[in-house]
Design a protein around this ligand. Structure first.
Ligand code: URA
Length: 244
């Protein structure tokens, strides 16, 4: 048995708080009857509908993908380009990506059908650490690294403190490899941060997502998460709320 608002959140309908609003506004029916009170317990045989559309409650599943280049982080694309869920042909659950990586970005991307965890991980208050390995044009100096770490103003808003370190630099090729850890998830954030400091990004890879690393995964490969990894992600998201 699970509380109604949790069932809606797990099905990816909305966050738990938004689901409560939907319930109190009379959008939700259980076994054909509108239910407006919170906390009603739902069993496997109960039929839940939101605005007349039945909610299918699937077993939650969790995956880590090493996203290859030239693939859209979405479940479909109106221009017919390849999308990340194309790589999960034998998975019957309706999974979707948690957050996004650009078309040309590679690396760690989580996919799930657990709407509640997904909302938790993506909530601006909870966002967990993401580490990127970035190849940029030019030789990055200490001062520029400091600017990345302290925060850069992008579209009028300063980025949150980050961690940055130089992995290597190549004078002849005029490129630097930088490791950058951020916890926000603004659109094209890493590329924009480097653009502002005058070092356009040439290649971008997400090495880790929270405690999840790409170990053992080639681009295009994925694996199912272990139970303890799901706990770790949930816990680190909740801890971020209290520390950031
Ligand atoms: N930041 C970017 O600029 N692009 C990504 O794909 C991820 C983070």
């Amino acid at each position: 048995m699970e509380r109604l608002q949790k069932v809606l959140a797990h099905a990816g309908v909305a966050s738990r708080r938004k689901s409560e609003e939907l319930i109190s506004m009379g959008h939700v029916k259980v076994n054909g009857k509108v239910v407006k009170e919170m906390g009603i317990q739902i069993g496997n045989s109960d039929v839940v509908e939101v605005d007349g559309v039945p909610i299918y409650r699937e077993e939650p599943v969790y995956f880590l993908l090493n996203k290859p280049r030239n693939m859209i982080t979405a479940v479909s694309d109106d221009k017919g380009r390849p999308v990340v869920t194309d790589l999960f042909t034998n998975i019957e659950q309706r999974i979707y990506p948690v957050g996004r990586l650009d078309y040309d970005t590679t690396g760690a991307l989580m996919l799930t059908n657990d709407g509640e965890l997904s909302q938790l991980l993506m909530h601006p208050k909870h966002q967990i650490d993401k580490t990127y390995v970035v190849k940029v044009k030019g030789l990055v100096d200490k001062k520029s690294l400091n600017r990345l770490e302290k925060g850069i103003v992008i579209e009028g808003k300063k980025t949150a403190p980050a961690k940055a370190k130089i992995l290597s630099s190549d004078r002849t090729k005029d490129v630097t490899m930088v490791e950058l850890t951020i916890h926000e998830g603004r659109n094209r954030q890493v590329k924009n941060m480097f653009q502002v400091i005058g070092h356009p990004v040439e290649k971008l890879k997400r090495e880790s997502y929270g405690t999840l690393t790409l170990d053992g995964l080639q681009p295009g490969e994925w694996r199912e998460l272990k139970t303890f990894e799901i706990y770790q992600l949930r816990n680190s998201a909740i801890q971020e709320e209290t520390t950031k």
